[in-house]
Write a protein that binds this ligand. Structure first.
Ligand code: UT7
Length: 322
């Protein structure tokens, strides 16, 4: 009998503080119209000093658990994707486990930058299919605002904070149909964030902030996401018209529109959160999925294609029946 990983709950958390393009135009040489036209972003949320990847993840996780109507003790695996963990260790997943008061499960973090939640879904799917785990919590949680150089107008306009969660459970009914994940370490120079300890040891003047050659990343992202969409449909014997919803990583509306066009999908079939959330890195796909589920657009039985691209480069897709 085939075992599937079924979505039984979703959740999301966004910090209360809103930073608008207007606010940014008072900090760096930019304008609301430049940011909106080039990226599709109008505002983003910024964590307050007490909020962390684990505190935001906890709220998103509790929502997913409540939607699923399960006891948190039933969770046997917690995977947290984050590039902005509370600590080097313990893992954010262990901190979330403690916050949720779960004693009998295992948790670990993964680092795949903006592709983190899709990588997390892929890992969860493998563990459920092999029978190692029955109920898996996948979270993407990011405090990007702490690794943004707020004096760099080419990057500070893009990123925001937040957490998205999905709860998966073993089932005999179709859930995650397939995942495809990739990486290519040859692009470190185009998008990276130094580790503070290593930077201090090797290059004293290198701050631990996001460095990105945006225009070059943009071009690779558009081509790569086009390829991953083709790969996913072909490998699973699907046509463009079989996909009900595209839930993309929210980096830039122009990148998302190019992928939707490739799929022959209208923007009405795309869940977009970019305008009010910016790029929340590993949280963005799960935040968008949660939004689409909770506002009733994504319905049970529909087919959803998630895709993401990030530093590494890393990229991937998750195809699922909701
Ligand atoms: O999530 C992980 C993956 N990340 C991405 O996928 C991000 C991909 N990249 C992008 O989204 C876009 O490349 C950006 C939004 C970052 C930049 O847009 P662009 O259309 O690629 O602009 P550009 O970097 O080619 O810069 C065009 C001009 C430059 O001026 P000159 O050289 O033409 O005079 C920049 O200095 O725009 C200037 N510029 C700005 N102007 C006003 C750059 N940032 C700003 C700004 N406000 N914030």
């Amino acid at each position: 009998m085939t075992i599937w990983a079924n979505v039984i709950g979703t959740g999301g958390y966004l910090p209360a503080t809103i930073r608008t393009n207007q606010d940014l135009s008072e900090m760096v040489d930019t304008t609301d119209s430049w940011i909106y036209e080039r990226t599709g972003i109008k505002s983003r949320r910024i964590a307050d000093e007490h909020e962390t990847a684990s505190s935001m993840a906890e709220v998103a996780a509790r929502q997913a658990i409540e939607m699923a109507g399960i006891d948190a003790e039933q969770i046997d695996l917690i995977i947290v994707a984050t590039g902005t963990p509370d600590r080097v260790y313990p893992s954010t997943a262990c901190l979330v486990q403690e916050r949720l008061g779960i004693k009998h499960c295992v948790g670990f973090d993964i680092q795949a930058a903006c592709s983190g939640s899709v990588f997390g879904l892929s890992i969860a799917d493998q563990y459920i299919k092999t029978g190692f785990a029955k109920t898996v919590l996948v979270i993407g949680s990011e405090v990007c605002s702490r690794i943004v150089d707020w004096s760099d107008r080419s990057t500070c306009i893009l990123f925001g904070d937040g957490a998205g969660a999905v709860l998966l459970s073993a089932s005999d009914q179709p859930g995650i149909l397939a995942t495809h994940i990739h990486s290519d370490g040859g692009y470190e120079d185009l998008l990276y964030c130094p580790n503070p300890q290593a930077a201090a040891a090797h290059k004293q003047d290198e701050a631990s902030v996001i460095n990105m050659r945006g225009n070059e990343v943009f071009k690779v992202a558009v081509n790569t996401l086009g390829r991953i969409v083709d790969e996913t449909l072909e490998a699973n014997g699907l046509q463009h018209s079989d996909i009900d919803w595209l839930v993309p990583h929210q980096a830039n509306t122009r990148i998302i529109a190019a992928t939707a066009k490739k799929l022959g999908m209208s923007m009405e079939q795309v869940i977009l959160t970019l305008e009010t959330q910016g790029n929340t890195s590993s949280a963005s796909v799960l935040l968008a999925f949660n939004q689409g589920v909770r506002d009733g657009r994504i319905k049970r039985g529909q087919t959803v294609l998630m895709e993401a691209f990030g530093a590494g480069f890393t990229w991937g897709s998750a195809l699922l029946k909701f």
